[in-house]
Design a protein around this ligand. Sequence first.
Ligand code: CP
Length: 310
Amino acid sequence: MSSEYLFAHKHILGLDHLSVPDIELILNTAESFKEISARAIKKVPVLRGKTVVTLFFEPSTRTRLSFDIAAKRMSADTFSITASTSSTTKGETLADTARNIEAMMPDILIMRHPSSGACHYLAKHIRTSVINAGDGTHEHPSQGLLDLMTVKEHKGEISGLKIAIIGDISHSRVAHSDIIGFSKMGANVFVSGPATLIPKKIEKLGATVCGTIEEAVRNADVVMPLRIQTERQNDPLIPSLREYASFFGINRQVLQAAKPGALLMHPGPINRGVELAPDVADSAQSVILDQVTNGVAIRMALMYLVLGGK
Ligand code: CP
């Protein structure tokens, strides 16, 4: 990729609209920003005078704090609204809420929303840059990018790797962004889980569906179990979490089928003892906290690039 490559996106709504050179630029920019977080004085003036608003309609520990830290490390002013503190609780529409926030001239609006497509809807209604922090079961692009960065950091390259994603693929916006992102970067993504939690058309995103967890994990370079998102299931789609853990939980024995040195990843939050055994979550193979660290660098890069990269 030429160093002259220009990032032409005002919004980050998903990995589906990013090209391979876009993703490479984001990863390279994040790599160059990462060392700022290791400095004694963790602040650069890159976004001084810019205003970043986070608007979260769903709970979050990692993503919300990570965007907030990333913006502050670049000297932006940050403001936060949550579902319970927004006037949508009084009947205001999402578009009206967004237009009112826009009238206060922020530069970036970062939103998490339970409805798939909510961030696309917002981007159509306002001129401010919108970054999707997770919309329903659709996409979670900054998580997909931090996962790519973590794998590249540990494995040197992404192309040709086998990525196994296990669990609730249907309700996971992370799975959707990861399948799109890893496939675009030349990796081979295999998914497995209860048949009720594997979407029928998931192959169209680039994933291969495996009949058994063993098939997915065998010789994998990366193993990523996902949380069962019971909050998005109207009716139970698995008999019980205990049965799920016994058939699809990642433990030491299951992980032994992966390549030696395979990475164990998880987007969080983890339900220990359900999709992931606690000793594996805390093992030397786990890069779960590296994912969180890299999230700050990725979010710094995204905010920097959507505002023109200057
Ligand atoms: N990975 C992730 O989105 O975590 P949070 O829900 O805590 O933001």
